[in-house]
Design a protein around this ligand. Structure first.
Ligand SMILES: Nc1ncnc2c1ncn2[C@@H]1O[C@H](COP(=O)(O)OP(=O)(O)OP(=O)(O)O)[C@@H](O)[C@H]1O
Ligand SMILES: [Mg+2]
Length: 257
């Protein structure tokens, strides 16, 4: 079986003043994989996402996306290259409707600016209709189409997390990077999320998942990378990682899983 590598990174380091937040981290994700990134609080997981998605400049690192070298310089270029993400702290436009939030996400893939679409220039109208249709399909895909016209801040917490995923998917990413998507979700919402992530993987989008819910991570991920104090202390299948003594000492042993 050939596995097409979507993202390959190596020797990624990032220092904040006296703190070495990432030291020589490597990671790879194939198209048909959900890869979990786990580790204790402050391990460097979000920092790695921020480096991969161009929010932070790394001190060093090699990056390749779908077999081509890429340099994650600015977030919009990263989105164009094929990586989309969600944030640990939800970042939606709270006063915009659900569908508008997804339409904004789409503009990276269209020629018209969202402003153009909103101003309804004649040339933008057809494209706006297509964007809207696509956005509605995405809301349907994540299971919140019935709330398309609800303002984002009036959605439940779990539905806001789904909306963030729909907005990220609007860029047609090769790789979807999710920073603690289950945080604050109840058991039923988590089950819905699990099904959604498997659906996203089945349609050919690779997923990089930061998540503290051990049951969710172990149940859904093909492989795991474990960070501790900015270093990769383990990599393997969930079963391998779960019995790795270094991982148990640094992370799993302290979990009330
Ligand atoms: N912009 C920044 N400036 C200075 N220090 C930072 C910055 N961002 C992160 N850090 C530090 O880098 C370390 C790693 O933080 P990071 O947010 O990546 O951890 P994490 O693994 O995502 O943790 P959590 O599970 O709590 O979200 C922490 O010590 C954090 O305080
Ligand atoms: Mg984090």
């Amino acid at each position: 079986m050939t596995t097409e590598l979507i993202l390959e990174i190596a020797q990624v380091s990032k220092r904040f003043g006296g703190l070495q937040a990432l030291s020589d981290v490597k990671l790879s994700i194939a198209r048909d994989q959900i890869v979990g990134l786990i580790g204790p609080n402050g391990a460097g997981k979000t920092t790695l996402f921020n480096v991969i998605t161009g929010l932070y400049q790394p001190d060093s690192g090699q990056f390749s996306l779908a077999g081509k070298p890429y340099s994650p310089s600015a977030p919009h270029e990263v989105a164009r290259a094929g990586i989309a993400r969600t944030f640990q702290n939800i970042r939606l436009f709270g006063d915009m409707t659900a569908i508008e939030n997804v339409m904004v996400g789409r503009h990276v893939r269209t020629r018209q600016t969202v402003l153009g679409a909103i101003l309804r220039h004649a040339a933008a109208r057809a494209e706006e209709a297509a964007i809207k249709k696509h956005a509605l399909a995405l809301l349907e895909f994540v299971g919140i189409a019935e709330f398309a016209d609800r303002t984002a801040r009036h959605l439940s917490y779990g539905d806001q997390r789904r909306l963030e995923i729909a907005r990220a998917l609007a860029t047609d990413p090769l790789l979807l990077a999710l920073d603690e998507p289950a945080a604050g979700m109840n058991a039923i919402e988590k089950e819905g999320l699990r099904t959604l992530l498997l659906k996203i993987k089945a349609q050919g989008t690779a997923i990089l998942l930061i998540e503290h819910d051990v049951k969710l991570v172990m149940g859904i991920c093909d492989r795991l990378t474990v960070l501790d104090h900015g270093e990769r202390i383990a990599e393997g299948t969930p079963a391998e990682v779960q019995r790795n003594p270094a991982v148990i000492a640094a992370y799993l042993g302290t979990e009330a899983a």
